[in-house]
Design a protein around this ligand. Structure first.
Ligand code: DX5
Ligand code: ZN
Length: 219
């Protein structure tokens, strides 16, 4: 299984976004993680469609969009048209899960279900045959720079185990508090897409920091 690193631009210098994206490209980062927050689903507001469009124009990197919004179904077409390659939406949102998956797949991009720390692994099992990725939040969504919640490791393990049992090829992404100290544990639990914001953007050497997260494992 291949491992990927997805850099959360929530931790980037927004006034230098173009240069920050260049730095990601030069540091061999696999994906750009784009956190959309509406101030209702989570207690924070970030950026949205116009910024995504400009990011899309600036790079060929895979755009890994994480929607932390109340009604994702309403915005899937827009986010796909504005350049998303992968869309993660929350199962706790108000939209019907299967309808959102179908809307994303109709745009011929990758669909992913995100779950908050309090949401059990079992809640995504029935949807596994229809998605490309599961995003297990390893902090409460809303802010960068929080500490990893160790209790989420069991959930990563359970989701990966069920994917294996079903013989599917579904990526497991983790997001929140991922750094060189926590990466080995999430990889061992079965995560293969590691999101990181503050650790990567705070590193002296971003390429080395990214390598420390990605280290391929056999599984
Ligand atoms: C939190 C966001 C994360 C965040 C990760 O709600 O979904 O993507 O940017 O930031 P770090 O890596 O600093 O925890
Ligand atoms: Zn995120």
């Amino acid at each position: 299984m291949k491992n990927y690193v997805s850099a959360s631009v929530l931790s980037a210098d927004m006034l230098e976004l173009k240069n920050e994206i260049k730095k990601l490209e030069q540091s061999n980062i696999d994906m750009l993680h784009f956190d959309v927050m509406d101030g209702i689903f989570v207690d924070n507001i970030t950026f949205g469609l116009p910024v995504l469009r400009q990011v899309r124009a600036a790079t060929d990197m895979t755009l890994d969009v994480h929607l932390m919004i109340t009604d994702p179904l309403k915005y899937i077409d827009n986010f796909a048209d504005f350049g998303a390659d992968i869309i993660s939406f929350h199962i706790e949102s108000e939209s019907d899960t299967m309808s959102v998956i179908k809307a994303i797949k109709a745009k011929r991009i990758k669909a992913s279900i995100a779950i908050r720390p309090a949401t059990p692994a079992e809640s995504v099992y029935e949807f596994l045959p229809f998605v490309d990725m599961i995003l297990v939040m390893t902090v409460e969504p809303g802010f960068g720079g929080q500490s990893f919640i160790p209790e989420t490791l069991d959930k990563v393990r359970a989701v990966r185990e069920r994917i294996r049992e079903l013989g599917l090829e579904v990526d497991v992404e983790v997001d929140g508090g991922i750094n060189s100290d926590t990466a080995a544990a999430v990889r061992a639990a079965g995560a293969n897409v590691l999101v990181s914001g503050s650790f990567l953007f705070g590193a002296q050497d971003m390429a080395a920091a990214s390598e420390s997260l990605r280290k391929d494992i056999s599984c």
